[in-house]
Design a protein around this ligand. Sequence first.
Ligand code: UD1
Length: 419
Amino acid sequence: MDGIRIVGGAPLSGTIRVSGAKNAALPILCATLLSDGESLVRNVPRLRDIDTAAQLLRTLGRDVHAEPPQVRVGGGAVTPEAPYELVKQMRASVLVLGPLTARYGRARVSLPGGCQIGTRPIDQHLKGLEALGARIHLESGYVVAESGRLVGAEVVFDMPTVTGTENLMMAAALARGRSTLVNCAREPEVVEVARVLNKMGARVSGAGTDVIHVDGVDELAPFDHAIISDRIEAGTYMVAAAAAGGDVRIDNVPVEDLEALIAKLRGAGVILEPDGNGVRIVRRDGLRSVDVMTSPHPGFPTDMQAQFMVLMCLAEGTSRISETVFENRFMHVPELVRMGAEIEVQGHTAFVRHVQRLDGASVMATDLRASASLVIAGLVAHGETLVRRVYHLDRGYEHMEEKLAAVGARIERVRGVSP
Ligand code: UD1
């Protein structure tokens, strides 16, 4: 199994280029199921989750040529079944449920696995599809949805769910009549999916607000689309640069989608200057602690919580970091403590006290963003850090070690590390 070895303490300098957004590419690849003919998705990141999505589409019967940054998905007969072996590798596989039900009137999708961050149910996806007329039952660990043509309806989500909103937009796009989705997720990836659906001939309005209207159409066309850049990857490198110090330019940053993070970084004393389509990050002085509470977009992203916590270990004072989106998303804390961090978790809040330094250690990644936080901790720690189980990292970061090495980090991938 691969690991990442880091010798900490090197300041970073140079330019990092952000790749396409994983969380936009995944639903958009699933949206290809809504039409026949060949769709072309560009600016797709080279990631394990993208390989899994390509494999899933092939299993469903589609012809897929995945050569990131381009992925071509052809038409073709579909067997509407997403097996456990694929869904357990990637929870976002549930995004085929809406398109399959809407287009083929039947879907059999294994209940998801994926990141071990809380229970993460899909009840809102199922409730929404039922409101559009699908009949749903569970059998042997699978969700089975059956329907004639879906019929537009009002769906009120109990909480904003990103993939739930995307699944329902895709399903409603082919329903008869108007659907109104209320209490929707407002993430930029939801807006991106709506953009693609409209390119396909759908009539979706309001994406990016909490009420989305979808006027169903009889059929949708294939599309050609370049994916927006990954705000979480961009944010991760912003925090890495701030933590390691130096002078780094990050290219392809969707600055307007990162306002909550940028405000917290500035509050902590990091200098951020917009620079063309990127951001320059400089840290000269010490860091100050700031409090953070995660919430749905446009709030502070839960996907940045673990990385930001490392920065707060180095900041003067005590930072209070509250996680309100997911339960059980502090699994990086015990590993950071092994590196010398002083963090106490009380319920949904972590109290992060300033330490003079972190020390390198052998640590274990437990989920995607936790892995990124351990890499950042390794960049600033004294001595050598070995991050194990980096297959989590490879799910969501394209060549992270190469991008960081190119700006001066002493970091390399090592093969054959014990799990
Ligand atoms: C997406 C992102 C993930 C990010 C998360 C929150 C993708 C592929 N993944 O995940 O990186 O961390 O948004 O920004 O886009 N919930 C329910 N029932 C449901 C659906 C969700 O109770 O049917 C709860 C979840 O347990 C969680 C909250 O709603 O507490 C938000 O989850 P959701 O937005 O659905 O996350 P994902 O779409 O899975």
